[in-house]
Write a protein that binds this ligand. Structure first.
Ligand SMILES: [Zn+2]
Length: 655
C-alpha cells in the first residue's frame, strides 16, 4: 500500500532513501521540526520584508522592528511544541509516521502561504497547504539523501539569519548612540526642548479652551507659565501627516506620509537638524499605528521607543500566532451572533489580550520610559530634544489603569462597553443620542486622565528642576468629532474645527515668559521654524514656515506673518477598517482658517463652504453662497490655491 504513495526507482537502492521513504522515525521528527521552525522563521521575515518593500500597497509594517528576530524565535518555539506532539504520533507505527511527516510539512508551508497571500481567506490556506504538504512530503521522501544534505547545509543559514536580523536592529541602535556621543556638545546656552503631543486631544474638549468640564488643570497651570495659542490649527486631521508637517515644516501634500505610506527621507526633520548640532534626541511614542518607527517619524532620533513587548505580546507578530488568534475571535463572534452561545468568549478575549497587551501603551509607561532615559544618560550636559506622544485620549476610549470616571454616563451594559472598545469599526449611522453622549463622556474621562498623567510628569520634572533649562511645547496632532456634523465621528474624516482646532502651550525655561494668550490663528507647521529660532539657529535652518517667537518675545522681530493655517486630508471612512478600500473612493479636502473665518472645499465638488467661526463656532451656517461674502470667499480661495498650487489630487497623498 505504501508503494502507491512513494515514488520508486533508483532511490530503492539507497538505504537512506528507504529509511526516509518509510516516513519519519519518532526521534527524527523532533530535530526536523526544529529545522522547519528555523526555516519558517527566516523565510517568513524575508517574505514580509519583500512584500512591504516591493509589493504591498500598504508600506507600513504595523509591527515593531524587533519582529525581525522575535518572529523566528516564536516559530522555533511553535515547531518545537509541534515536534513533541508529532513525535508521539510517530511512535504509533507506520501510519503514525506517515501522518506525522505530512502534518509537519503542511504546518511548515502554512505560515509561508499566509504571509505570501495575506488576502486569501485563512481556512482556504489551511486546505491548500494540507494538499501541498502531502505532495511535498512524497517528493521529499523520494529524495531522502538529497533532502538530508539540504537540511544539513541550510541549517547554519537559518540559525545565523535571525542573529543577523537582531544584530542589524540592535547594532543600528548602538551605532546611532556612538554617532551622537561623537558629536561636539553645542556651545553657548542651549536649553532642552521637550515636545509633548497629546494625540487626539481636541481644544474644544479642554477646560483651558472654554469647555464646560475642567478636563485640563495641568495644561491650565502650564499656560500660566508661558504662552497659550488660542487658535492653533493642525495641518491635517489625523496623526501621520500632522506629525510629519510639524516635524518638517512642509504641508501634508508636500510629504510622502499617508494612510499607507511612511514619511520618506526627502524632507529633513527637526530631530535630524538638532541631532546634527549636538543635541541628544529621543522619542517615546504610544501611537503604534502612525508614530512607530515604521511611520518614518523616528528619523533623526537616536533613541526611539515605540512598542512595548510584555511577555507573550513579543510573539504576536508571527503569523502562526496572529492568524489563529484572529480566527478564534471570528469563530467566537460567529457562534455568539448565530447561536447566542458565549462559551468561547472568555478564552478568545483572554488570549487576545495576552498577545495584544503591547498595543496599548499608557501615559504612565511613556512617562517612565522618558524619565528612565533621563536617568541613564551618559552625558547629562548634552542638551536634548525629546518627543513624547500619548495615546490615552485616542479611541478605544477606555480609561488607563487607575484612571477615574469623572463625567456623565457610565456603561449601562456590556453592549455599551463594547461600543467604546470597538468604536473605530462601529456603524455610526444609527446611533442613539444616549450612545453618543456616553462615548463623548468616555472620551472626556480619557482626556482628563491624560492631563493628570501630564501633571505627574511636570511635577517630576519640576522636582528635578529640569524645566528650568527646558522649552516645553505641549500640543495635540488633531482633535476628535462626535457627530457635530452628520456622520462625522473620530478623526481623519473631515476638516471641521472639531478635528483641526488643537491646544498649543509653549513654556520657556524657568517659566520666565509672563502668561500670554495669543488669539491669532497659527498653524502647527510653523513649529520647526519656531524651535530652531528660539535655540538661535533660525538663520541657518531651512525649515519652511515662519517662527512664532515674536508672538511672546517682543525683542524678536518676526519677519512677516505666520504661515496661513492650511489643512489637508484624504478622509478615511470611520466605518471602513481597510484603508486601501477607503483611499480609492475618497476626494481630497482642503481648508484655510484665517482671521476668524474658515474656507473649506472638497475637490470634485462645486459647493465650497465658508464659516464665520466667531459667530458660528459649530460651522453650521455655510456662507459660501452669500453675495455679501463673495469677496472674502474669492480672497480665501485665492490664498488656498496659491498654497496648494491649484486643486489637489489623491495621487499627491499616495505616491
Ligand atoms: Zn493622532
Amino acid at each position: 500500500m505504501e508503494h502507491t504513495r512513494t515514488p520508486q526507482g533508483d532511490h530503492d537502492h539507497d538505504p537512506g532513501a528507504r529509511a526516509t521513504a518509510r516516513g519519519l522515525g519518532p526521534l527524527s521528527v523532533f530535530p526536523l521540526a526544529i529545522w522547519c521552525g528555523l526555516a519558517v522563521g527566516t523565510l517568513e521575515v524575508v517574505i514580509v520584508v519583500i512584500r512591504k518593500q516591493f509589493v504591498d500597497l500598504n508600506r507600513l509594517y504595523w509591527m515593531p522592528r524587533q519582529f525581525l528576530w522575535l518572529t523566528p524565535i516564536a516559530d522555533v518555539a511553535i515547531f518545537a511544541g509541534l515536534g513533541v506532539v508529532l513525535g508521539v504520533v510517530a511512535v504509533m507505527g507506520r501510519p503514525g509516521r506517515w501522518l506525522a511527516s505530512r502534518l509537519l510539512f503542511a504546518m511548515a508551508l502554512l505560515p509561508l502561504f499566509w504571509v505570501a497571500f495575506p488576502r486569501i481567506y485563512g481556512p482556504a490556506g489551511v486546505l491548500f497547504v494540507l494538499g501541498a504538504g502531502i505532495r511535498l512530503t512524497s517528493v521529499i521522501e523520494g529524495r531522502g539523501p538529497w533532502f538530508r544534505r539540504f537540511v544539513v547545509w541550510s541549517t547554519p543559514i537559518f540559525v545565523v539569519s535571525p542573529m543577523l536580523f537582531a544584530a542589524w536592529t540592535l547594532g543600528g541602535d548602538a551605532l546611532a548612540a556612538r554617532r551622537e556621543a561623537g558629536r561636539p556638545v553645542p556651545t553657548g546656552s542651549r536649553p532642552n526642548v521637550l515636545f509633548v503631543v497629546l494625540d487626539t486631544v481636541a481644544a474644544g474638549h479642554l477646560g483651558l479652551y472654554g469647555y464646560g468640564r475642567p478636563t485640563s488643570p495641568t495644561l491650565g497651570s502650564l499656560a500660566e507659565r508661558g504662552t497659550r495659542f488660542g487658535r492653533a490649527v493642525a495641518p491635517s486631521s489625523w496623526t501621520l501627516p500632522s506629525h510629519a508637517s510639524f516635524f518638517t515644516g512642509y504641508w501634508p501634500h508636500e510629504v510622502s506620509a499617508g494612510w499607507l505610506t511612511p514619511l520618506d527621507r526627502s524632507r529633513p526633520t527637526l530631530a535630524e537638524f538638532l541631532g546634527k548640532r549636538g543635541y541628544a534626541t529621543a522619542g517615546f511614542v504610544a501611537n503604534n499605528w502612525y508614530c512607530a518607527a515604521d511611520s518614518g517619524l523616528g528619523r533623526g532620533f537616536t533613541v526611539y521607543r515605540d512598542y512595548i513587548l510584555p511577555d507573550l505580546a513579543s510573539f504576536k507578530w508571527a503569523v502562526l500566532v496572529d492568524r489563529p488568534l484572529e480566527g478564534l475571535r471570528v469563530i467566537d463572534h460567529f457562534i455568539r451572533e448565530r447561536f447566542g452561545l458565549d462559551f468561547l468568549r472568555p478564552l478568545a478575549r483572554d488570549l487576545w489580550w495576552r498577545f495584544n497587551s503591547g498595543n496599548r501603551k499608557e501615559a504612565a509607561q511613556v512617562n517612565s520610559e522618558f524619565l528612565s532615559w533621563l536617568d541613564q544618560r551618559a552625558e547629562p550636559s548634552r542638551p536634548f530634544f525629546a518627543f513624547l506622544n500619548y495615546y490615552d485620549a485616542h479611541y478605544p476610549y477606555e480609561l488607563s489603569a487607575g484612571g477615574v470616571h469623572r463625567y456623565g454616563l457610565r456603561p449601562r451594559d456590556k453592549r455599551e462597553l463594547e461600543l467604546i472598545q470597538n468604536w473605530r469599526t462601529v456603524d455610526k449611522r444609527n446611533l442613539e443620542p444616549r450612545e453618543v453622549d456616553f462615548v463623548r463622556d468616555s472620551y472626556d474621562d480619557c482626556v482628563a486622565s491624560l492631563d493628570e498623567q501630564l501633571g505627574l510628569l511636570v511635577d517630576e520634572l519640576d522636582r528635578r528642576r529640569m524645566l528650568e533649562t527646558t522649552w516645553l511645547v505641549v500640543l495635540s496632532d488633531h482633535g476628535e468629532s462626535f457627530g457635530e456634523h452628520p456622520g462625522d465621528f473620530g478623526h481623519g474624516t473631515t476638516l471641521y474645527q472639531t478635528q483641526l482646532h488643537v491646544p498649543l502651550v509653549i513654556v520657556p525655561p524657568k517659566g520666565t515668559g509672563a502668561r500670554k494668550v495669543i488669539d491669532d490663528t497659527i498653524s502647527l507647521r510653523d513649529l520647526p521654524a519656531t524651535i530652531v529660532d528660539l535655540l538661535g539657529w533660525g538663520s541657518e535652518a531651512r525649515f519652511p514656515g515662519r517662527s512664532l517667537v515674536g508672538f511672546w518675545d517682543s525683542r524678536v522681530k518676526t519677519t512677516g506673518d505666520p504661515s496661513p493655517a492650511l489643512a489637508e486630508v484624504v478622509p478615511t471612512d470611520p466605518v471602513e477598517p481597510d484603508p486601501a478600500k477607503v483611499m480609492a473612493a475618497r476626494e481630497v479636502w482642503s481648508s484655510l482658517t484665517r482671521n476668524g473665518w474658515v474656507y473649506l472645499r472638497r475637490e470634485g465638488r462645486s459647493a465650497d463652504e465658508l464659516y464665520h467661526l466667531e459667530n458660528d463656532p459649530g460651522e453650521r451656517l455655510n456662507l459660501a453662497a452669500d453675495p455679501g461674502e463673495r469677496a472674502r470667499l474669492e480672497e480665501m480661495r485665492g490664498i488656498l490655491n496659491r498654497l496648494t498650487g491649484g486643486p489637489l489630487s489623491r495621487d499627491q497623498f499616495q505616491p
